[in-house]
Design a protein around this ligand. Sequence first.
Ligand SMILES: Nc1nc2c(ncn2[C@@H]2O[C@H](COP(=O)(O)OP(=O)(O)OP(=O)(O)O)[C@@H](O)[C@H]2O)c(=O)[nH]1
Ligand SMILES: [Mg+2]
Length: 597
Amino acid sequence: MSFSTQLNAILAMPPSMRFAMIGAPRRIRPSQLSLPSKVYRSTIAWNHDEAAAFHIPDFRQGPITNVSFEALCKTSHMRSTPDETIDSGLSTLFTKNPATFKYGETDFYKLRKNTLLPEVCVLGRSNVGKSSFVNALAGRNQRSQNPLARISKHAGKTREMNTYGFGPAPLQKDIAAWTAELKGQEDIPTHTFYLVDMPGYGHASLQDWGRNITLYLTKRVGVKGAIILIDAEVGPKETDLQCLQLLSSANMRTCIVLTKADKVKGGLPALHDLCAELRDNVLEIENSQDYKWNLERDVFVTALGARDPTIVQSTLSPARYAVARLAGLVETNQPEPEKNKKWSGKIVSFEELQYAPRDPPSKQAGISTFTQMERATVGIRPGVLSSLHSRVITQPQVRNFHGSSRSMKIHGQSSKNTKMYEEEMDHILDEFIKDMKATTTTSHYVRNMRRKNNRRLPRAPENRNLLDTKENKISKALRKRFPEDVIRTLAVREKRLLMPDAQESKSERRGKNKRAEEEEEWPSTSPIQKRDDNTLLTADAFKALVTTPEQTNTGKAKGNKKSSQNKSSQKKSKGTANQEPADEFEAKFAKAFSKVL
Ligand SMILES: Nc1nc2c(ncn2[C@@H]2O[C@H](COP(=O)(O)OP(=O)(O)OP(=O)(O)O)[C@@H](O)[C@H]2O)c(=O)[nH]1
Ligand SMILES: [Mg+2]
């Protein structure tokens, strides 16, 4: 039966009967449901050839224009040679000497010192693609088995400030010069610049990360610029604007990179709208301050999730270019940003801060870490590498941590202005940090709640350690010193535990109200009663040990009088060591106690 007669027969049948002729539908495999790659690719409405970046002129006036990669490179000294394209030149710069992980720190103050290499940090909301960006720059595939930075589809993967070394290795003579100069105070670089992958802010972030990021932006000397990644699919969020505000307040040279452009459905017009929104936001930030923030006017776009490797590659080269520019490795023709004429001492120019090299001794030596060929291809600013190791800060600085603080002269800056600046800065930092959520993931939440509850629950007195740690230590030392008196020492320790003075110090520590609550909850037990089953120290043994013969012989009234006297003297004296020892052994204990103290 031919296919057309089969088809006619099927069509002639009532629709309900058609399945009987064709047979039951086979199970559809999930892969068959997915769109063919051609359809998938057609959802990438933005064609990378149309724009490598968007130029926002001065963030004030004029239309946003598309910039092709060639046009972008024309603003710099980057030229392709006949046998090598700019793409491959940049690729050489970033990958010839493989990028490596250097160190990761959660605590800013534990970061290793770096005064030699420029640092560029990568900021952005969690899951925006910071680590993917670092991997891509290093030439590691998103799905690579051996990624440089770990990525995840779940937010909050990167939890440390991870530093990666990028670029060509220094020459042996550079290394020798550094080794002699630094004398082990700092790691000898193995690359040309550092890229710092930061933990993300926003969802699944911790306040502590925010605190450390702000410290990094305001205090780290080596930092030369920040790349802020913004998700092109969702646009700038409140936290992104706060981060921009923070970067602006720190007067940090900043470059905006849009990520996940492959997910943008609206194509080029949607990206234009996004840039316009960003321009408005930036304008608002700039208008709120009286100095000019050093924000790059090109907004770069990446699409690292695109299935077509040519798209990934074509968005990668501009991204590499952006990073190299921030690191000071690309010489641009663009006019230098205006100096603040109205500078009030409020903000220190980042350029002033970072580019103030003294006469490098290596200048004469002509130290270079690049071959001439590589340098010519990627347009590395001549002398950049050779002067890296001799960079000294000679201007007023906000960032003076992890680096040289040799020159701290603040010209024309009154202390009042500095104070104002600090207050303002504190406020901005607080706002930024406040927005970092303290707990977001379920496991965090559960863990924190458990900890909180444990803290709230009063512990049973027998488990409580009523003595100070210091006293405990002393008691331990005494037991060691008088091993034959262990039982008696323990008894005296228990007695001291019960002294109102010890309890007073406890109540002082915890707060009287809280203690009252605890006593209510555990009213009938005392450490002695609870230790009845303890073979080392029973209640009777304790009584026999700590009750002095005088106490048993003297009358009740006398004893009461004595105890009240004791109480009043205890009230007067704060430390337990000052109390009158009740018997010979206690006297020995007290004597040793004072010795140990
Ligand atoms: N479609 C698409 N997905 C991307 C792109 N960049 C990153 N991703 C994906 O986004 C997810 C998050 O990437 P990460 O690089 O871990 O994000 P992150 O900003 O480092 O996240 P945290 O470390 O949690 O702050 C991963 O599943 C990536 O595959 C992109 O350009 N396009
Ligand atoms: Mg990450």
